[in-house]
Design a protein around this ligand. Sequence first.
Ligand SMILES: NC(=O)C1=CN([C@@H]2O[C@H](COP(=O)(O)OP(=O)(O)OC[C@H]3O[C@@H](n4cnc5c(N)ncnc54)[C@H](OP(=O)(O)O)[C@@H]3O)[C@@H](O)[C@H]2O)C=CC1
Ligand SMILES: CC1=C(/C=C/C(C)=C/C=C/C(C)=C/C=O)C(C)(C)CCC1
Length: 336
Amino acid sequence: MAVATVAALLAALGGALWLAARRFLGPSVQRLHGSEHSSFMHGKTVLITGANSGLGRATAAELLRLGARVIMGCRDLERAEEAAGQLRRELRQAGGPEPGPSSGGAGELVVKHLDLASLRSVRAFCQEMLQEEPQLDVLINNAGIFQCPYMKTEDGFEMQFGVNHLGHFLLTNLLLGLLKSSAPSRIVVVSSKLYKYGDINFEDLNSEQSYNKSFCYSRSKLANILFTRELAHRLEGTNVTVNVLHPGIVRTNLGRHIHIPLLVKPLFNLVSWAFFKTPLEGAQTSIYLASSPEVEGVSGKYFGDCKEEELLPKAMDESVARKLWDISEVMVGILK
Ligand SMILES: NC(=O)C1=CN([C@@H]2O[C@H](COP(=O)(O)OP(=O)(O)OC[C@H]3O[C@@H](n4cnc5c(N)ncnc54)[C@H](OP(=O)(O)O)[C@@H]3O)[C@@H](O)[C@H]2O)C=CC1
Ligand SMILES: CC1=C(/C=C/C(C)=C/C=C/C(C)=C/C=O)C(C)(C)CCC1
């Protein structure tokens, strides 16, 4: 008995040490562009949706470090300004590019209001973008909502489909002219491996007949991929590329709607701390697709860990992609 107890204690201690070593000594993020600071993205304007938290925030921090001018499209201006203040402080402390009249926008961070659960807000945001921004080099469709209770957007769409797919669908379409006139330019779409469990059930896109929060998240992430592939076809010859990625499992605020009993929360926190990617690790593929010369001209592809990956046939079905595009145009009211 005593031997078994000691063995169990040693195993627990070994496990804890292994986890700590993995976190603290393991390969931290290999910065894609080598040096601590670089002017790699100097002169480029990047728009990131949901940039106040998680992957979007980490993507913004890194692209700023590389010299980009970053526009944060966020639904809550208070949270966004707070994140922007922190990002500016971090950049200054790290000796990054100092924005100013002669910096050409390098290291400049701009906050704009964008609620993807409101078509009115998306339209107002795009109108402001078109009035104020002469150029847009990279659009990163990053914002997302995960497994929320049944809710509808302002326009009556199921929330996850409405925010993750339809809001970004309208946003991208309204900004396409600016992206084309700024070419070569890029669109990066953040999806998820969980697309595998979704289907585009055209007969109930608003989930009025039945609602399953996991299925609806997966459906919205499958829609992200089908959208990317259809858009890539439509953008052939324009020098505007569009690619989609999955970031892995990342420790962010995405799980906010998952109910965990208070007593077991510390355990979940420990597990996520040990096994999930950090936001900076998870953001690497977004940063790669937004900035790397390796993917210049590459379009319509699916990436994970900065490498192209294969898709299931359902994510490559061209007729479903076209039908989803047509229906999305009607739903957001841009049918010509
Ligand atoms: N974390 C993970 O393991 C994975 C994440 N992903 C994807 O990564 C992306 C980023 O998520 P992540 O960083 O993890 O999660 P976070 O919850 O940390 O960030 C999501 C961001 O989206 C914003 N957002 C939510 N709803 C809206 C809306 N209606 N209008 C505008 N912005 C909105 C949030 O704003 P606010 O802070 O105001 O709520 C927040 O800024 C998502 O698309 C997600 O599906 C994919 C696979 C795995
Ligand atoms: C970090 C964390 C949580 C988990 C979040 C999860 C599990 C998010 C998973 C997101 C995925 C896999 C999205 C894929 O697209 C808890 C348990 C809520 C609370 C403790 C902190």
